[in-house]
Design a protein around this ligand. Structure first.
Ligand code: OXD
Ligand code: MN
Length: 649
């Protein structure tokens, strides 16, 4: 390891970006490396070591230690505007838009890896020739060569930003600290929205360890290929690799949020699920919402849906029945831990919303719309000549439907023209605190008490609007069987129903069989703690269609009607549930339909025998192919029992 020291101040200008050198780090190996911002010596020693090692590897031309302040964000924003990478959306306060290289628009699941010494720490024992779909494994040796062919010198000519951040309220008992190194200033701006980025985290780090994130767009200077849209990226060389034992993430070649904002999917799900298993808690792809009934009693619910299936919309739902109130704690990730009192508590580790823009409107999600009226960044949406954002779903709300726009590909576009205004996975990045219905306890370090967990997906056929599982273990089985139609959040094209167990398929951090076992084990309290009050588990499907392909349920704000039923079940109302082979469904009349256009109850709620007979066969094949001997016996038993119940229908 090299020893570093810093030299005195010297206000020398560096490069063409108007940055000044405030200090220097001297490396035995590299000589003088300019510090452009911050005081290296104020970083904890272990962070200094991490930074110096990676500087030696990636060889940036300067180091910028971020403090997360408004001044810093303004400075970076102004530079990006000058360079043409960001532009202000003039119709709002402090909102910006950027367009990516069109090859860098979504998560790349096929290039996302977990690196563990033993393959089966990452993946299940699948039969010969069957590719595991939950987590991809990369051998440490292969990882080393992939790393060696990408990272040495990858930041040359660029500035390396050092981002210290907390997932969860700084210093909270459920929170964790990360340090991300990146050469993308867009990433700095988005991390500032999505995480708590502040020098206060250095004090709270103490003896604790931190998660290491190393991110490079993979385009060292001088660049060899033309940079498109001022968005450097290296799509042919993308690699997103995690070393769970080392709590380390290596991301190369992409600036798209899911690949580059390392606090989110990489840390808060893939790495955190490993930490959670070691420490006895859960890191899940779930929203958390507080729902208050007309009697004023509030319950907190966590809900898991695959990407782009409406978690943000549900978390911010505007109830259509009077007297109900919904407040959002989080819209994408939940970290949950049982307290010594036996209650499950959950926090949202994030600080912002990175939501899918198309489909978001005042009709579908007015509270999300309110959240991004200022201080937000829009990626791959369209922009009108009046400086407004635009995407599919805003047709009825746009002030001037004839207005000229620039679409996400940078071409002139009008409503009605061929092609799309916005990319289907275009995003808004908005501070959570700006949401008018953010829960007052959303930053409670201890978390909020979770009483129910909902799983769901896009299931056009066969799956009722709502059912309640029979038990914790049956709920785990149902979550293991979760499926959904594919969306644009990853690289998939075309519509097909895919397995997405626990809505975690793209984010699974370790062997799925062990993950199921971990969920099962959590029901048992350690000695000396109160018995665990496991939440009830439900399954919902807002997306069932009739023969003509029309949705049978209005969804959005009307989903409160389903939540109302769920909450009555939590409150011990046993009179409104019908036992079916897959779980309890509401009896007709037990869901409040006041003010709703008539719905086809039977079509919406039916549990068709033939469909479920096929489903059980398909699930058995899926378990055999994808989980194999790693499937806990209890879950296999749940499948057998469900099969018997269906056969007896
Ligand atoms: C997301 C995703 O960005 O799940 O939240 O893809
Ligand atoms: Mn997500």
């Amino acid at each position: 390891m090299s020893s570093f020291s810093t030299t005195g101040d010297s206000l020398r200008q560096i490069g063409d970006e108007g940055f000044y050198v405030v200090n220097e780090v001297v490396s035995k190996r590299l000589g003088h490396i300019p510090i452009i911002k911050g005081d290296f010596h104020l970083l904890p020693a272990k962070v200094q070591r991490f930074v110096t090692e990676k500087v030696e590897l990636m060889r940036p031309r300067g180091i910028y230690i971020c403090d997360g302040s408004q001044n810093e964000a303004d400075e970076i924003t102004n530079k990006l505007i000058e360079r043409g990478m960001l532009s202000p959306l003039k119709a709002y306060e402090n909102n910006y838009i950027c367009r990516t290289d069109p090859r860098d628009v979504a998560r790349v699941e096929s290039k996302t890896w977990m690196v563990t010494p033993d393959k089966y720490q990452t993946v299940t024992h699948t039969p010969e020739g069957v590719e595991p779909i939950m987590a991809h494994w990369l051998a440490p040796n292969d990882f080393s060569s992939e790393l060696d062919s990408r990272f040495p010198g990858c930041m040359s000519g660029r500035i390396m930003y050092v981002i210290g951040f907390s997932m969860g309220p700084i210093g909270g008992p459920l929170s964790k600290i990360g340090v991300q190194l990146t050469d993308s200033n867009y990433v700095v701006l988005c991390m500032r929205i999505m995480t708590r980025m502040s020098p206060a985290i250095w004090d709270s780090l103490g003896d604790a360890d931190f998660v290491r994130g190393i991110h490079s767009v993979g385009v060292p200077r001088p660049v060899r290929e033309k940079v498109i849209n001022h968005w450097p990226c290296n799509p042919d060389r993308v690699l997103i690799a995690h070393r769970p034992a080392e709590r380390e993430i290596w991301s190369f070649g992409s600036g798209y949020g899911g690949n580059s904002l390392l606090g989110k999917k990489c840390f808060a799900l893939r790495i955190a699920s490993n930490i959670a298993r070691d420490e006895g808690w859960m890191a899940e792809h779930m929203l958390i919402m507080g729902v208050t009934n007309p009697q004023g009693h509030e319950r907190f619910i966590a809900a898991a849906f695959p990407s782009a299936c409406g978690k943000t919309n549900l978390a911010m739902l505007e109830p259509t029945i009077p007297g109900w109130k919904v407040r959002v704690v989080g819209d994408d990730i939940a970290w949950m831990k049982f307290g010594a009192d036996g209650q499950l508590y959950g926090i949202n580790p994030e600080n912002g919303f990175f939501g899918v823009a198309p489909g978001t409107s005042h009709k579908t999600n007015p509270m999300a719309m309110e959240s991004f009226q200022k201080n937000s960044i829009f990626t791959n949406v369209a922009e009108t000549v009046d400086g407004e954002y635009y995407w599919e779903g805003l047709e009825k709300e746009i002030k001037n439907p004839k207005v000229e726009m620039i679409n996400w590909l940078g071409q002139k576009w009008h409503i009605g023209d061929a092609g799309k205004a916005a990319h289907p996975n275009s995003r808004f990045t908005a501070p959570a605190a700006q949401c008018p219905i953010i829960h007052p306890d959303w930053e409670s370090p201890k978390g909020v008490p979770i009483d129910a967990i909902i799983f769901g997906g896009r299931r056009p056929e066969g799956v009722p609007l709502i059912f309640e599982t029979f038990s914790w273990i049956h709920g785990i089985f149902v979550a293991a069987c979760l499926k959904s139609e594919t969306t644009a959040a990853a690289e998939f094209t075309g519509k097909s129903i895919m397995h997405d167990p626990f809505a975690m398929r793209p984010f699974m951090g370790y062997n799925f069989g062990q993950y199921l076992q971990h969920w099962m084990d959590l029901a048992k309290a350690p000695k000396g703690e109160a018995a665990r009050k496991v939440p009830k588990i439900f399954h919902v499907n807002w997306f069932r269609t009739n023969k003509e392909g029309k949705f049978l349920w209005p969804g959005f704000g009307d989903n409160i009607r389903v939540i109302d039923w769920i909450i009555r079940r939590l409150d011990g109302d046993d009179s409104h549930a019908l036992k079916t082979p897959i779980g309890y469904v509401p009896t007709e009349g037990s869901i409040n339909m006041d003010g709703l256009d008539p719905v086809k109850w039977d079509e919406l709620m039916s549990v068709p025998k033939e469909y479920w007979q096929e489903d059980v066969k398909e699930v058995r094949k899926f378990f055999e192919a994808q989980v194999g001997i790693d499937l806990p016996a209890e879950i296999r038993r749940e499948l057998d029992e469900q099969e018997k119940r269906i056969a007896a229908m």
